[in-house]
Design a protein around this ligand. Structure first.
Ligand code: FPP
Length: 228
């Protein structure tokens, strides 16, 4: 069987806090370093021949439970990141899209998100998706509710797939950093046939070189999708 090309990669970025602690720094330093890793990994994906979409778990519905100051810092960091990254998106022909319920964010941040989506919507090299205030169960529930509201009394898998917020493609590989081996309510529907890869590397230390090694291993695996 020829190796399967990787089209959609998803990443649960974990370990920013531990990375900062190891250095005697505040957790916020770890998040700042984590934002740099997103840039490096995104530009790697844009240069990769088969990757079309890279989805990053940036803020989960559970993350609101963190201390108020940390949540505020993450919001400001996201705003700064998008402002700065516009240049990277245009330079590397990357489209930016957000998934999740961003209506809970400040009006200014919502505006930044929408503006970045609009300004990059014609870019075709890679779609970078940031999951923001995202939960997989909430996404499926809202897809089903939208189908009910549209008058459906019975739904097919195809209907649900199309009603999901994530521009729908199955995910080929999911990577989680920092040694944790959980899904944490990420992209539950889209991960049905994904390969999982867990690395002990903390997210701020995760490099394009490590990703390249993981993807090379992955393309050599025999993916059968339940067949023989
Ligand atoms: C987990 O580290 C990381 C997150 C809260 C999500 C990812 C956030 C970033 C990479 C920050 C920058 C994001 C953007 C979009 C600008 P953790 O704090 O849970 O680490 P720990 O488990 O070691 O405490």
């Amino acid at each position: 069987m020829s190796p399967s090309p990787i089209k959609h990669l998803a990443i649960i970025m974990d370990g920013n806090g531990r990375w900062a602690k190891e250095r005697g720094e505040k957790r916020t330093k770890g998040h700042e370093a984590g934002a740099e890793s997103i840039r490096d990994i995104t530009t790697y994906c844009a240069a990769h021949e088969s990757i079309e979409t890279a989805t990053f778990y940036a803020f989960s519905t559970e993350n609101w439970k963190r201390p108020k100051l940390e949540v505020e810092f993450l919001m400001k960091l996201l705003d700064r990141y998008l402002k700065k990254e516009l240049e990277t998106y245009q330079k590397h022909n990357i489209r930016f899209q957000a998934i999740g319920d961003v209506s809970a964010f400040s009006k200014a941040l919502q505006k930044r998100i929408r503006k970045t989506e609009e300004e990059t919507q014609g870019n075709t090299n890679l779609t970078q998706i940031l999951a923001l205030n995202y939960g997989g169960r909430a996404e499926i529930t809202s897809a089903v509710n939208s189908l009910i509201q549209a008058g459906k009394s019975e739904v097919s898998e195809e209907d649900i797939s199309r009603a999901l917020q994530t521009p729908y493609t199955d995910i080929d590989i999911l990577i989680r950093t920092s040694g944790e081996e959980r899904l944490s309510n990420f992209l539950l529907w889209q991960l049905s046939y994904a390969e999982f890869y867990f690395t002990k590397t903390l997210w701020p230390d995760f490099t394009a070189k490590e990703l390249d090694t993981i993807l090379n291993t992955f393309t050599q695996r025999n993916r059968r999708f339940g067949g023989l």
